[in-house]
Design a protein around this ligand. Structure first.
Ligand SMILES: Cc1ncc(COP(=O)(O)O)c(C=O)c1O
Length: 485
């Protein structure tokens, strides 16, 4: 067993959130025959039992899962059977530790004791649907809206990011009277019928889309149509694409109900847009009569170094949708908008959600916010992210395969290319990296249109010692890569 970065210790002040130690990471090599093709965008996932070698650990559990659990996508060729988590660490059934660098759900750390006790305490006292008065639910809404810009005053609680986006679209359509929606090519927003139609990652072919959907190119200044090394006025150019999309919706008599955009561009490998992009795009959308919806399911809650991703761009959306990190693993989704918009919607439509905003969820959500505030996680993510970008930038000097290192806060994309002139994606090599990192005890994912962007998105409580371990491991994995054919 070799240990990667075994000498790390945790600063006592770096992790108030969970008393933790950096465990010794043991390597675990995947059987050679398991190294086959894999869908890049799913981070080395398989969809078919036949693709797993009989030698893969937990093969029989995979087989049982395939029999009775629908849509059995699993990460890694030799999937991990996790049995417990603590802070930034996950442990498998052989008590092997993995540094979790790919988790936007366990935001304040796996099994944070305050979250666990808030959940169990409230579950032991009362949990009902949302048609009774409850102090905790109102307090949670008050706290959440106090962290939003003025004017975003009213919460509707749901259970998932999909539900939040679905409701946001209903609100936008009801309030504007239009039905067209502008989204990013290659984006993801969820899985209800309406939201699935807007998740163009799933519908790359333009003839596989309803007439009311309009797609625009994401503002990728590294490899998009307008690039930072050769073009100027990037924000205006990419935002003009949004204006053109609204014109096409008008021409087809849909009008624009909404511009729905993930403010960290998760499925595009995590992009930092030009700073004026959103202000200009929002101006175009509002001029067309539409509402601006910030999908903060990935960017929200401190990750980008601000409470919310849109804050980097000096804009105030009309509707904000929240999900994944809000409950540290407990399902919480939220739609936040202005009182005026909420009232217009309520006057014209009915919405009820049995579980959204129940007292247990409210207790969990409130505790997560308290932990973020107490530990100043927005600032901490800003600092951690800056250090991580610096360290990955150093790695880029040694490994020419790294074409771009980018991100905001602790949402980082590392784009791999075959050469830095043509920017040909190093897709085949990138595909090998999550497995190889996992074998060395570090979990990361893949993203981007070509599946060539390493996605690094650790729990918010990641610190300098964990950065050392991540970067050293990635350094070793990149050094071991074969030359791409
Ligand atoms: C940007 C974004 N929006 C919405 C969703 C949907 O959230 P959920 O899976 O909770 O429905 C996701 C899920 O990955 C997402 O990445």
């Amino acid at each position: 067993m070799t240990a990667v970065g075994a000498a790390h210790t945790v600063n006592s002040n770096s992790f108030e959130l969970r008393e933790s130690r950096i465990p010794t990471v043991r390597t675990h090599a995947m059987p050679a025959e398991a190294a086959r093709d894999r869908p890049a965008l799913l981070g080395a996932a398989h969809l078919d039992l036949g693709e797993y070698s009989d030698d893969v650990r937990n093969h029989s559990l995979i087989e049982r899962r395939m029999q009775h659990v629908a849509n059995s996508v699993l990460f890694f060729h030799d999937p991990i059977k996790l049995v417990r988590g603590e802070g930034v660490w996950l442990y498998d059934d052989a008590d092997r530790p993995y540094l979790d660098c790919y988790n936007n759900v366990a935001s304040v750390g796996h099994c944070h004791p305050d979250v666990v006790s808030a959940l169990t305490e409230q579950a032991g006292r009362l949990n009902t649907h949302t048609r009774y008065l409850h102090e905790g639910v109102v307090e949670y809404a008050e706290k959440l809206t106090s962290l939003m810009p003025d004017g975003l005053d009213v919460c509707t609680f749901v259970c998932t990011g999909t539900e939040a986006n679905d409701l946001a679209l209903r609100i936008a359509r009801t309030v504007t009277g239009n039905d067209g929606v502008v989204v990013m090519e290659g984006g993801y927003h969820g899985n209800s019928s309406t939201v699935d139609a807007l998740s163009l990652l799933i519908h790359p072919a333009s003839d596989d889309r309803p007439d009311w959907v309009e797609a625009v190119e994401p503002p990728n200044t590294y490899r998009g149509s307008y690039r930072r090394d050769r073009d100027d006025e990037l924000g205006a150019r990419y935002a003009d694409l949004v204006a053109e999309a609204t014109e096409r919706l008008d021409a087809r008599s849909h009008g624009t109900a909404a511009f729905l955009c993930d403010t960290i561009f998760d499925s595009h490998g995590g992009l930092a847009a030009p700073t004026d992009y959103f202000a200009r795009a929002y101006e175009h959308v509002r001029a067309a009569g539409g509402l601006c919806i910030a999908d903060e399911v990935q960017a929200g809650l401190a990750r980008t170094g601000r409470w919310w991703g849109f804050e980097h761009y000096g804009v105030v959306p009309d509707i904000v949708t929240l999900g994944k990190p809000m409950g540290d693993g407990h399902p919480i989704g939220i739609v936040i908008t202005s009182r005026e918009i909420a009232q217009k919607f309520a006057a014209n439509a009915f919405y009820f959600n049995t579980f959204g905003g129940n007292p247990v969820s409210a207790a969990v959500g409130r505790t997560v916010l308290d932990i973020c505030e107490r530990n100043d996680l927005p600032q901490r993510c800003q600092d951690t992210g800056a250090l991580l970008l610096t360290r990955l930038g150093e790695l880029q000097q040694r490994h020419p395969i790294i074409g771009d290192v980018r991100g905001l806060g602790t949402f980082i994309g590392v784009e791999l290319v075959r050469d830095n002139e043509s920017l040909t994606p190093a897709t085949e090599l990138a595909r090998q990296i999550p497995d190889a990192m996992k074998d060395r005890g570090v979990l990361i994912g893949l993203s981007g249109r070509y599946g060539n962007v390493l996605k690094i998105r650790p729990p918010l409580v990641f610190g300098p010692d964990e950065i050392d371990l991540l970067v050293e491991t990635l350094d070793a994995v990149l050094a071991d890569l074969p030359a791409e054919a």
